[in-house]
Write a protein that binds this ligand. Structure first.
Ligand code: SF4
Length: 465
């Protein structure tokens, strides 16, 4: 790794960027412009945050605090768990552990660093990690493996049985950093007596593992507090996803990104609830005024992202959609399976039950085994509760004009079935675009090439023109 990358810790660096970014929203427009000029690589992102000032403030302040906790964990006497975005961080908050979620930390680096996360990704390869691994994990993990960030204390993995590249990334990190590892396993079925019993037993085993690492047992009062926040967040998210059904959709294009970041980073915290409340104020105002959420001012088309978004520098995907009046109807990373969510079928979701410690742990186990990706791509793509099934349910509710698949080349699970999915959706009358880019690594395909493919698809299929 270049010496320059070791000069300032990556997580410290991100903390400073978010802290300064959030402060810039506290000043006047003139002060903001001045601060903006000091962050040349963050300009478009800062504009998106400034546009919805209170939302931007809540989001960036929450993110700055989240990253600060990682940086100061050791001096505060707290343990850091290196973990994946598809593990709900709520249990960590209940156990006073700092969750270090690699994928969102890779995404924020991409949004704010001039050259993205390429060098950290490459460092993983230098020490033996597979090039074909998921770049979301290979990104920020490079900084932790290379000693350019706070060393975590243990590793929690939440994809075993579903995503081999995610699982092996965490096993690799545990080995390389010589850390204790716990892997939550998932049987191919999501529901049923045996699957439920497995999820619960495995989740309890993880709690025991964490208690052993921290020396502190699970505190039921803290868990109840976290679940109360989750309950509030669920209600707010369900309301938002209900509004998303309206034509035109009143949801600003970037709000899906915020939902992705906040539920993964602040699930079960007051910061998450506060950000969602601010988002809803903007949405309810649009509903009242009958306005579309996009900045174009008119809804020309509606896009359903059947996998991830694109986290390139400066958020080009969101700017592109806004510039064409295309509504973002969500991707799989911002779908959570509260039983009340509009796209959830009977018995498929979880409900919060905080009656006693047992029921609270069961709630967390049910939530955890329904996290994005864990839920959608665990079994055959057309099995009940799985990918095709879910996309069909969303299509019926949200009326998309087209569907888009984007991901990472490392994502063999979806690449293995995406053509089947696209073929089936096309057969059912939904134009579907497959993008070959790596959404975390623009060196694989530049955004301008991705955009050209997008435009070609929209022109050829006569969508939104
Ligand atoms: S399912 Fe794909 S995008 Fe998700 S963690 Fe695995 S490889 Fe990465």
């Amino acid at each position: 790794m270049r010496q320059a990358l070791l000069e300032y810790d990556y997580d410290w660096n991100m903390q400073r960027v978010f802290d300064q970014g959030s402060r810039s929203l506290d000043g006047t427009r003139k002060e903001f412009e001045r601060a903006r000029s000091r962050f040349p690589t963050m300009g478009t992102v800062m504009d998106l945050f400034y546009q919805y000032e209170d939302v931007g403030r809540a989001m960036t302040k929450g993110a700055a605090k989240y990253i600060s906790n990682i940086v100061t964990a050791r001096q505060d006497g707290r343990k850091v768990a290196l973990t994946t975005f598809c593990m709900s961080p709520a249990l960590c908050y209940a156990m006073d552990v700092v969750p270090l979620l690699i994928e969102p930390i890779t995404a924020v680096g991409n949004l704010s660093r001039k050259y993205g996360m390429g060098e950290f990704m490459d460092y993983c390869l230098e020490i033996g990690f597979a090039e074909t691994a998921c770049s979301a994990q290979r990104g920020a993990m490079g900084a932790y493996l290379g000693g350019a960030a706070q060393k975590p204390d243990f590793v929690l993995c939440n994809m075993s049985g579903i995503c081999d590249t995610n699982t092996s990334a965490f096993a690799f990190a545990a080995e390389a950093l010589d850390l204790p590892l716990f892997q939550c396993n998932f049987p191919p079925q999501m529901r049923g007596e045996r699957a439920d019993a497995y999820h619960r037993a495995d989740y309890r085993a993880m709690i025991d593992f964490m208690a052993e690492q921290t020396g502190k047992p699970l505190d039921s009062a803290k868990l109840r507090g976290v679940l109360e926040e989750i309950q509030k967040q669920d209600e707010l998210i369900v309301e938002m996803q209900d509004y998303q059904r309206m034509i035109p959709s009143p949801i600003p294009t970037t709000f899906n990104l915020f939902m992705y970041l906040l539920r993964f980073l602040f699930g079960g915290t007051e910061d998450g609830t506060k950000t969602l409340e601010e988002m809803l104020k903007v949405i309810r105002k649009n509903v009242k005024e009958g306005k579309p959420g996009n900045r174009f001012g008119e809804e020309k088309a509606r896009a359903l992202f059947v996998y991830t978004d694109h986290y390139g520098g400066g958020l080009p995907l969101w700017n592109f959609l806004d510039s064409r009046g295309i509504t973002h109807l969500g991707c799989i990373a911002d779908r959570f399976y509260q039983q009340a969510a509009p796209y959830v079928k009977d018995g498929e979701g979880y409900t919060v039950d905080a009656a006693d410690l047992d029921s609270m742990i069961d709630t967390m186990a049910a939530l955890n085994c329904r996290m994005p990706m864990v839920k959608q791509i665990r079994g055959p793509y057309d099995a009940p509760d799985m990918w095709l099934d879910e996309i069909r349910a969303q299509r019926e509710l949200y009326n998309p004009d087209f569907a888009v698949y984007m991901g990472t080349p490392g994502c063999r699970n979806t690449w293995g079935m995406v053509k089947l999915l696209a073929k089936q959706l096309e057969k059912e009358g939904l134009p579907t675009l497959i993008i070959n880019a790596d959404v975390f690594d623009e060196r694989v395909e530049s955004w301008s090439m991705t955009q050209a493919r997008f435009e070609e698809f929209l022109d050829v299929r006569r969508i939104g023109i």
